[in-house]
Design a binder for this molecule. Sequence first.
Ligand code: NAD
Ligand code: TDX
Length: 339
Amino acid sequence: MTETFVPKNIIVTGGAGFIGSNFVHYVVDNHPGTHVTVLDALTYAGNLDNLKGIPEDRMDFVHGNICDAELLDRIVPGHDAIVHYAAESHNDNSIANPEPFVRTNVVGTFRLLEAVRKYDIRYHHISTDEVYGDLALDDPHRFTEETPYRPSSPYSSTKASSDMLVRAWTRTYGIRATISNCSNNYGPYQHVEKFIPRQITNILTGVRPKLYGAGLNVRDWIHTEDHSSAVWTILTKGRIGETYLIGADGEKNNIDVLRIILRLMGEPEDAFDHVKDRPGHDRRYAIDSTKLQTELGWKPTHTDFESGLKATIDWYAAHPEWWEKTKAATEERYRRQGQ
Ligand code: NAD
Ligand code: TDX
């Protein structure tokens, strides 16, 4: 299927975070005709180092908040699309303090939608499989675009709210929007608060990994580069008003992922601690990405989880300067939560 929209000048919100910065690198490396403006508030999760090495003529950086309507009035004109990654993204933080999640994820999305409506530009909304709640471990079904919304955490309920705003603005005002709901990402530049980087950097610093509860919860892992290629495919070929689920058939339970990490890092597979479980912890996520694959012809390329994980371990081992600054404060926060 050919591209129906060829973006020349896009805004990427949250482009200094984990998945947003990987997307910016992907666009710069693969689509020379597209200029990127990153709009990012540089919260604890944003890091300009994630964008190092990008040529000046390919990217501008705007330090600002998506909730700032006046700022959006200044920067949106002249762009032909917004790809919206910016969010408060961590479930555990949302349980400790939900307020920033409502502000950024709900109000921030509202502000962007109003700007999209005013300046009549294309909009792609990045969301998560967590809006669908969870599945039983033995449920033969996976999430599809038809699965009813049933979010369980403060984080996922604010992401679900933002999806609903996009759907309403599309139907009522006719904005040109698409939505994608992706499964758990892994790869370089992921904050050390998240499961995989937390355990890798624990091992690198001589701390035992921490597994919530029994560790039987299942996540459906996808390499962040495959997420980027899927988003580009939807932005350029997707049907307006549609939702596409993104996943790469990567279901694994947490204890198995942790044992693989330990083995790849030369540690005994039982060298970890069980800690307090997450309140309301979703049991299992699983994505059926048939629609994206058959309608738009997208395919993941990182299909060997172990080799993707090995490359990710190597990246954290080679870049201690990137994560050492945030590691101690993150672990202190977890220690206070008993995790
Ligand atoms: P992240 O926490 O690593 O990065 C978020 C970025 O957004 C940071 O750079 C931060 O500074 C910026 N930001 C936060 N609030 C802002 C505001 N008010 N204004 C401007 N910038 C702001 O997050 P991530 O893991 O890269 O997730 C990116 C997006 O992908 C989110 O929308 C998330 O819901 C979605 N998502 C994540 C995953 C995953 O596995 N991490 C899976 C599916 C979907
Ligand atoms: O130390 C830990 N020990 C542990 O067992 C941490 C940090 C997590 N876990 C468990 C909880 C989850 O079952 O690992 C699993 C993954 O946890 P997170 O990395 O916090 O991810 P999750 O809660 O699944 O959400 C992620 O995927 C969907 C992203 O953070 C979200 O932004 C995305 O929407």
